[in-house]
Design a protein around this ligand. Structure first.
Ligand SMILES: C[S@@+](CC[C@H](N)C(=O)[O-])C[C@H]1O[C@@H](n2cnc3c(N)ncnc32)[C@H](O)[C@@H]1O
Length: 291
């Protein structure tokens, strides 16, 4: 067993683990409670989608451990992360498990908390702003609107390799929800689009894909269910992104002026360049695509 900071090595866990949501990237969206914990932490175990400005808030005494988790680059497997948290709780007082967005929204926070509770470790969740709400908002898209959408579904599009395969009923979602917000959907988008159109959604249903939302590198692609796959290929649009499907996407043409100013040029359907500024609009192309 690892020795504790106070020199003792009794079996009882000493530390408390905080599962902290870091939000989607903009440090201004991080909670005050989360920031205070980064100030007090002895160790911070963070995921790949936590932004650099938020990691910069970690006090200099704390140990920083990358737990990874981007598609294809899982640096630690889930049981290893839980085991690491338990181990750290036996030698530190304040352990922050820092996750992108909200820990309990497609963040495996529930699994980690269950593992810690089962191990007798004190644990507390600190919610964060989830990408599915903030990222569309930063692109001028409200996920509900009294005239266009009184229901929204948050769903994972991730068809994972391995044991976990979400069994999503796309037919029920197409029929039952006016706005559909998809996390981790880019790699599986062609299956999702086919399933939604095979259910009841029309080819001209508006779609927005927003990548690296709330960050300076935010990029938005606006299309329809019928065109989005071609546009995605033409532009080389890649994860991590949120997909929003529904009439609320059209509001973006009215509401874009109210978005936080990130000085972000928009993709216009043109092929992505390989220069250091691939998002710069070509001459003569509109900065915001109006639909
Ligand atoms: C494992 S899920 C984690 C979700 C997170 N717990 C939350 O509440 O936002 C990762 C996915 O969230 C979405 N995501 C997270 N941050 C994002 C951002 N800044 N811009 C666009 N999508 C983001 C992407 O779909 C990404 O693949």
């Amino acid at each position: 067993m690892t020795q504790r900071q106070d020199g003792s090595d009794r079996d009882r866990p000493l530390g408390k683990v905080y599962l902290v949501g870091a939000g989607p990237g903009d440090p201004g969206l991080f909670t005050l409670k989360g920031r205070d914990l980064l100030d007090q932490a002895d160790v911070v175990i963070y995921d790949a989608l936590v932004s650099a400005p938020i990691l910069a808030m970690v006090n200099p005494r704390a140990e920083l451990i990358a737990a990874g988790k981007r598609r294809g680059y899982h640096s630690l497997k889930q049981p290893e992360i839980t085991a690491l948290l338990i181990e750290q709780a036996q030698c530190h007082r304040t352990i922050v498990r820092l996750k992108g967005g909200d820990p309990f929204v497609f963040g495996r926070g529930g699994e980690e908390m269950a593992g810690l509770v089962a191990a007798g470790i004190e644990v507390e969740v600190v919610p964060g702003i989830t990408a599915g709400v903030a990222v569309p908002a930063y692109a001028g898209i409200p996920v509900t609107h009294r005239e266009y959408s009184s229901s929204v579904t948050f769903v994972t599009g991730h068809e994972a390799a391995g044991k976990y395969r979400p069994d999503v009923d796309w037919r029920a979602i197409a029929r039952g929800s006016e706005t559909i917000v998809i996390y981790m959907g880019i790699h599986n988008l062609s299956n999702i689009v086919n399933a939604l159109m095979g259910a009841s959604l029309a080819a001209d249903t508006p779609v927005a894909l927003i990548r690296w939302g709330t960050r300076p590198e935010q990029e938005t692609l606006v299309a329809t269910l019928g065109t989005v796959l071609d546009e995605m290929i033409a532009t080389g649009f890649a994860a991590p992104a949120i997909a929003v499907i529904g009439q609320v996407v059209n509001l973006r043409s009215q509401l874009a002026d109210g978005c936080p100013a990130l000085a972000i040029p928009e993709w216009t359907g043109a092929a992505v360049g390989t220069s250091s500024s691939p998002r710069a609009p070509k001459e003569g192309t509109p900065i915001v695509r109006m639909e």
